[in-house]
Design a protein around this ligand. Structure first.
Ligand code: PAF
Length: 276
């Protein structure tokens, strides 16, 4: 099992002589999706660092910070032979004083997931910049399941001139299509079977786009109605430009369809990209 490093000073000492670090930030409870990010990181650096930190700053007061699964030993076992360094700081190590300086994300952070999780992306950008400063990687790998998060982090790197290449990795799915997520573990057996509807719905919407349908509102409304009819509570289903995450301009050909919806007490997100 890879022994985790818990404090920042020890991390600095361990990484002092490394010159080509590839980094995978995670919140732990690792599944095949994370493992594939760590494998990809190997292609982008000589030293692979994974972090495991459930970041309180990105959870709202009524969200699942307390119940978020913490499985450090199992995570370190999964990273054995894949990551050279595992950084697993405590909350006090990451936030020794109350955080008063934040990375303010762009306006699109208030849309889609941001409209339902106020402050979430500010918490993400802030912790990721702190982790980048601690690890000082040349490359970092993120899953595209969190498409909006990846978009905002790329914008952060670009607008703040970070000398780090951000790599977006394809979403890993279970055989029945469900995007892998630590939150899938909250689903009951019945909900787990139903959960595949989200990807099916998005895939059908993508087919309609590829068949030439351009009434995005109608497509979004019909996807929403299908999910609601099956008992889901839908936060959003939205067709966006893959390049700006804004509403697509006429003639745009690179689109992404994003959704977030609740199945019982579990909020699932997914997206599919569509090139027209
Ligand atoms: O995607 C996640 O797991 C988290 O948002 C991240 C990027 C590790 C920041 O806490």
């Amino acid at each position: 099992m890879t022994e985790p490093i818990h404090d920042a000073a020890a991390l600095r000492a361990r990484l002092a002589k490394e010159s080509a670090i590839a980094f995978v930030p995670t919140m732990g409870n690792l599944h095949e999706g994370h493992v594939s990010l760590v494998r990809q990181a190997r292609e982008h650096g000589r030293c692979v660092v994974a972090s495991i930190f459930v970041n309180p700053l990105q959870f709202g007061p009524n969200e699942d910070f307390d119940k978020y699964p913490r499985t450090l030993d199992a995570d370190c076992a999964k990273l054995e032979g894949l990551a050279d360094v595992v950084f697993a700081p405590s909350v006090a190590e990451m936030y020794p004083v109350p955080q008063q300086i934040f990375v303010e994300p762009p306006p699109v952070a208030a849309e889609l997931c941001g409209a339902f999780r106020p402050g979430h992306f500010r918490g993400v950008t802030t912790v990721v910049l702190k982790l980048f400063n601690l690890v000082q990687p040349q490359a970092a790998v993120f899953g595209k399941k969190d498409y909006q998060q990846f978009f905002i982090l790329k914008e952060m790197a670009r607008q703040l001139n970070l000398p780090i290449v951000l790599i977006g990795a394809e979403t890993r799915r279970a055989e029945d299509g469900l995007a892998l997520s630590s939150r899938n573990g909250y689903l009951s057996a019945g909900e787990r079977a139903e959960a595949t509807r989200l990807y099916r719905t998005l895939s059908r919407l993508r087919e309609a786009l590829q068949d030439g349908e351009r009434d995005f509102s109608r497509l979004e409304a019909s996807a929403r109605a299908g999910l609601e009819g099956a008992g889901w509570r839908v936060d959003y289903v939205s067709v966006r430009s893959a390049d700006t995450l804004l509403a697509p301009l006429p003639g745009e050909t690179r689109l992404v369809v994003l959704a977030a919806a609740w199945l019982g007490g579990t909020r699932l997100i997914d997206n599919v990209e569509a090139t027209l």
